[in-house]
Design a protein around this ligand. Structure first.
Ligand SMILES: Cc1cc2nc3c(=O)[nH]c(=O)nc-3n(C[C@H](O)[C@H](O)[C@H](O)COP(=O)(O)O)c2cc1C
Length: 150
C-alpha cells in the first residue's frame, strides 16, 4: 500500500479503543486491520524526510494506536498473526537513518512483527538512483530471503 494514495485518516486520539476493540474511523484502514490479523510479513519502506519516515506514513502508523490500547488500557491481546518485518529506507544523503528505523521498528512491533530484519538503507539517491545501487539491491535480496525463510 502506498500511503500517499490511500484514504486513511490519522488518529485523532478519540480514545474509543481505550474501552473497546477496533477503531471508530471507518476508512481503508479497516482493510489493513483485517490483513494484519492473517499476514506473514510486513515491510515498511520510506524515503527519509528530515531523518524520519514520511508524514503520510506516520499518519497511517498512528492508527496502530488501537493495538497499543488493547495491551495498555484494556489488558487484551490484539488479534494479530505473529509475523516478520523489514524496513527499507532511502535518503538523498548518506546517514542519519537511525531515528526512522527506530520508528519503523516501533510500528512493526505494534503489528506483532516479532523478528525484524536490520535496516536496508539506500543513501546517496540525490546522485545515484536506488535501482543502480548494487549494495542496496543485495541488502533487499537478503531481506527477501529473511522474510521467505520458515
Ligand atoms: C521534505 C524532504 C525531506 C528530506 N529529508 C532528507 C533527510 O533528512 N535525509 C536524507 O538523506 N534525505 C532527505 N530527503 C531526500 C529524500 O530522502 C530522497 O529524495 C529520497 O530518498 C529519494 O527516494 P526515491 O529515489 O525512492 O525517490 C528529503 C526529501 C524531502 C522531499
Amino acid at each position: 500500500m502506498r500511503t500517499y494514495d490511500s484514504n486513511i485518516a490519522p488518529c485523532t486520539d478519540c480514545r474509543m479503543c481505550r474501552i473497546q476493540q477496533g477503531c471508530s474511523v471507518e476508512d481503508e484502514m479497516q482493510e489493513i486491520y483485517s490483513y494484519l490479523e492473517v499476514c506473514d510479513n510486513v515491510v515498511i519502506a520510506s524515503p527519509l524526510y528530515f531523518t524520519e519516515l514520511t508524514g503520510s506514513l506516520l499518519n497511517v502508523g498512528s492508527r496502530l494506536q488501537t493495538y497499543f490500547s488493547a495491551h495498555y488500557f484494556r489488558h487484551e491481546e490484539p488479534l494479530l498473526s505473529r509475523k516478520k518485518g523489514a524496513v527499507i529506507l532511502t535518503g538523498g544523503g548518506f546517514g542519519n537513518y537511525e531515528s526512522a528505523y527506530k520508528t519503523a521498528v516501533c510500528l512493526l512491533k505494534s503489528m506483532n512483527a516479532q523478528d525484524v530484519f536490520s535496516a536496508v538503507f539506500c543513501g546517496n539517491t540525490d546522485r545515484m538512483p536506488a535501482k543502480d545501487n548494487k549494495e542496496a539491491l543485495k541488502a533487499v535480496r537478503r531481506a527477501a530471503e529473511f522474510l521467505s525463510s520458515p
